[in-house]
Design a protein around this ligand. Structure first.
Ligand code: ADP
Ligand code: MG
Length: 267
C-alpha cells in the first residue's frame, strides 16, 4: 500500500503540478499545489476561468495522473477512477435514450443490483430531490434544473466518499440555482461525505462551504484558504446578510477580481 499519509479519509494533494502539451505549446495548468481535505468537509474552489480548476478535479477523480506530485485518498495513491470518488460534471451527461429512472439507476444496474431493489432506491432518491413522478420521463422532457438534479443523484446514489462537482449549477438561472444549492446542502448535511465543489460564483462558494479556496490565474495555485464560520443549517436565501458572509465576500472579491483581470490578459 502506498501509505503517504495516515489521516483516515483525508484527500491529499501533495505538491502537484500538471502540464499539457497542445499544438507544440506547453501549458502549465497547475503549479505545485498542496492541499489536505479531511473527511466530511464541504470545500469550494473559486478562480478565474482557465486557471486549472477542472484539471484539479480530473486529477482527483483518477481520470488523469499528475505530471508531478501525488494525489491520495485515505492513505492510498489514486490510480484510475473508482466508485470511492464520484464526479458530477457541469453538463448533465444523462443518456437521451434512457428514462430518468434508468439514468439514475445506471450505476446500480452495472453492479448487478436486482431490478426491484434498484427501482426502490432510485425512486427514493428521485423523491428526495422533488422528482417523484418523473421516473418515466426522458431527459428531453425535463427542464435544465430537473436534468441537473438527475445528474447529481445519479452520482450520489452509489454513495461515493468524496464527491467532486464541477460548476454543477453554472448553466442554471439564479432561482433554480438557489433551490438546488439548498437541496444539495440538505442532502449532504450529516452524511460525513467530502465535497469539493468548483464554481466561479463567489456567493455560491461562501454560501455552501465550510472552507473556501481561491485559485490564482493559470498556472493555478491556491492563493487563499479560509473557513466559513457560519452555523448550519444555513438559510441560503438570506445568507448574504450575514456579517461573516460579507466580510469573506469583500476579502475574496479583492483578490478574485485581480486574478480575473490577469487571466483575461493571458487569453
Ligand atoms: P478551469 O476549469 O479553471 O476553467 P481547466 O482546468 O479546464 O481550467 O484548464 C486549465 C488550463 O489547462 C487551460 O489553459 C486549458 O486550456 C488547459 N487544458 C486543460 N485540459 C487540457 C488538455 N486535455 N489538453 C491541453 N490543455 C488543456
Ligand atoms: Mg472548468
Amino acid at each position: 500500500m502506498n501509505s503517504i499519509d495516515r489521516g483516515a479519509g483525508d484527500l491529499v494533494i501533495d505538491d502537484v503540478s500538471q502540464d499539457f502539451v497542445a499544438r507544440d505549446r506547453r501549458v502549465s495548468a497547475l503549479q505545485k499545489t498542496t492541499l489536505r481535505i479531511p473527511p466530511g468537509e464541504f470545500v469550494t474552489l473559486v478562480g478565474p476561468s482557465g486557471c486549472g480548476k477542472s484539471t484539479l478535479l480530473n486529477l482527483i477523480s483518477g481520470l488523469m495522473a499528475p505530471s508531478e506530485g501525488r494525489v491520495s485518498f485515505d492513505g492510498s495513491i489514486i490510480r484510475g477512477t473508482s466508485r470511492t470518488i464520484g464526479y458530477v460534471t457541469q453538463q448533465d451527461n444523462l443518456f437521451p435514450w434512457r428514462t430518468l429512472r434508468d439514468n439514475v439507476g445506471l450505476s446500480l444496474e452495472l453492479t448487478g443490483v436486482p431490478a426491484k431493489e434498484r427501482r426502490e432506491r432510485v425512486d427514493e432518491w428521485l423523491a428526495r430531490v422533488g422528482l417523484d413522478g418523473f421516473g418515466d420521463a426522458y431527459p428531453h422532457e425535463l427542464s435544465g434544473g430537473m436534468r441537473q438534479r438527475g445528474n447529481i443523484i445519479r452520482t450520489l446514489i452509489y454513495e461515493p466518499r468524496v464527491i467532486l462537482m464541477d460548476e454543477p449549477f453554472g448553466a442554471l438561472d439564479a432561482q433554480t440555482r438557489i433551490t438546488l444549492q439548498e437541496m444539495l446542502l440538505s442532502i449532504w448535511e450529516g452524511t460525513g461525505r467530502t465535497i469539493l465543489f468548483v464554481t466561479h460564483d463567489l456567493t455560491e462558494a461562501i454560501a455552501l462551504a465550510d472552507r473556501v479556496l481561491l485559485m490564482s490565474s493559470r498556472p493555478g495555485r491556491i492563493l487563499r484558504d479560509e473557513r466559513v464560520d457560519i452555523a448550519r443549517p444555513r438559510d441560503i436565501f438570506l445568507i448574504h446578510h450575514h456579517p461573516e458572509f460579507r466580510r469573506l465576500f469583500d476579502e475574496f472579491w479583492q483578490e478574485l477580481r485581480t486574478e480575473v483581470q490577469i487571466a483575461a490578459k493571458k487569453r
